[in-house]
Design a protein around this ligand. Structure first.
Ligand SMILES: Cc1ncc(COP(=O)(O)O)c(C=O)c1O
Length: 407
């Protein structure tokens, strides 16, 4: 498949078969204290992409720059959509849809990026992939590594939830916990790749992560009977998922398959809101000491912040900031009233949707088609339930105890 890289910031184009990360020009002029510059977008050959309009159905593979070998080795995609009956009745929105990316092989959306990075590694015959992660991207790449036989080197903040770290250890990755933040882990992983070779899969730094993540929009479009939702709620930290969601719809638009990108709503915690603030103020400033309980979206300087802000604007979207308490109660509500178990970062999108409910009803009416992306399973971080939910004590092993049960 023919493609070129285009710098999202300066528009320079790069036509090459080599692996590229950032636009060298913009990266060389990166100013301290501002979001990363020079993220590259993959642009597919225009004639090819327009030919896709003739197809009755499209899949993510039609839009990928690399062929994914042995797809069933690491089966990514086709996650279910849920029409949550009780929540639909509760909120009076008949077209509410939850997209369950928690059901991907490693339990989070990040498998979408890891699939394409694994394909990139296999295409270039490179066996080593290094990355930094808050936990889920690492688990996903480690899962892909186990499936395809790739060597994975993973830098994570030592505070990452144990379930996510353990998952990567179990998949066989070389896990390197760092005494520092996620942002520190990112810098070290780039140094590792520079010193020791292999591919670097850092989110947005490697443009294939955005390309892999765009698959969700193409899939959703087909699942919704070749239509787009009106509004899509995206939990956001680095802004790479959001950039991917935007890119998927942008590719469908470039192909002439859709005219308009749905409104993308960036959902962040008030305690980690760099992108939302950048959208509102126009200033790309990192946030000191982000502390949200939703660890996956706790980010100081978002790696894909600039593209995320562009994507929100291009889609005529907006941002919603929520409190950590609202994230946790949204998580319980999803579990108890929809049977959907999501980790806090994913529940942030549902909390954002709830906060935005009156707004979308006013803008689009009760028939508004709203999709909420649930990007990670609740099993990823069971520690958040400590002190909030208790497993009942054991009853005596006799029938009397059964008779005495209050339910
Ligand atoms: C479950 C989950 N949801 C949302 C996000 C946010 O994605 P991004 O950092 O690309 O904005 C992450 C990132 O790690 C995640 O793991």
């Amino acid at each position: 498949m023919k493609f070129k890289y285009v710098c999202h910031d300066c528009g320079r184009e790069y036509v090459t078969d080599k692996i590229m990360y950032l636009c060298p020009e913009c990266a060389a002029h990166q100013e301290k204290g501002t979001f990363m510059k020079g993220v590259l977008t993959v642009i597919l050959d225009d004639e090819y992409i327009k030919s896709l309009k003739k197809k009755e159905h499209v899949t993510m593979y039609d839009f990928f720059p690399y062929e994914v070998p042995d797809r069933e080795t690491y089966p990514v995609g086709n996650t279910p959509i849920v029409r949550p009956k009780r929540l639909i009745m509760k909120y009076g929105l008949e077209n509410l849809v939850l997209k369950l990316d928690s059901q991907l092989p490693s339990g989070s959306f990040k498998d979408r990026a890891s699939q394409l990075v694994a394909a990139q590694a296999l295409h270039h015959k490179i066996n080593k992939v290094c990355l930094a992660s808050t936990g889920n991207a690492g688990a996903a790449m480690s899962c892909a590594g186990a499936a395809y036989g790739l060597d994975i080197i993973l830098f994570v903040p030592e505070t990452a939830p144990i379930n996510k770290l353990m998952q990567s250890v179990l998949y066989g990755a070389h896990v390197v916990p760092v005494k520092g933040t996620y942002d520190d882990a990112c810098l070290l992983s780039v140094e590792y790749s520079r010193l020791k070779g292999g591919i670097n899969r850092n989110t947005a730094y490697n443009p294939m992560t955005i390309e892999g993540k765009k698959s969700i929009s193409i899939e959703l479009f087909e699942q919704l009977g070749r239509t787009c939702p009106d509004v899509i709620y995206v939990p956001t930290g680095d802004g790479c998922i959001l950039g991917g969601v935007w890119k998927g719809f942008a590719d469908l638009r470039q192909a002439g398959i859709i005219d308009k990108i749905p409104h993308i709503v960036c959902c962040q915690s008030e305690k980690s809101h760099a992108i939302s603030q950048a959208f509102k103020t126009g200033k790309f400033l990192p946030m000191d000491n982000p502390t949200t309980i939703a660890d996956s979206i706790s980010v100081s300087a978002p790696e894909n912040g600039r593209m995320a802000v562009y994507g929100i604007k291009d889609s005529e979207g907006w941002c919603v900031e929520v409190k950590d308490e609202d994230i946790l109660s949204a998580q319980l509500e999803l579990t108890r009233e929809a049977g959907v178990f999501a980790e806090p970062a994913a529940a942030c999108a549902f909390a954002g949707f709830k906060k935005d409910l009156d707004n979308i009803k006013q803008k689009f009416g009760e028939k508004v088609k709203a999709t909420v992306l649930l990007t990670g399973t609740g099993f990823k971080d069971m520690a958040v339930f400590e002190g909030r939910v208790e497993v009942p004590k054991a009853i005596e092993n006799n029938v009397e105890a059964v008779k005495n049960l209050p339910f």
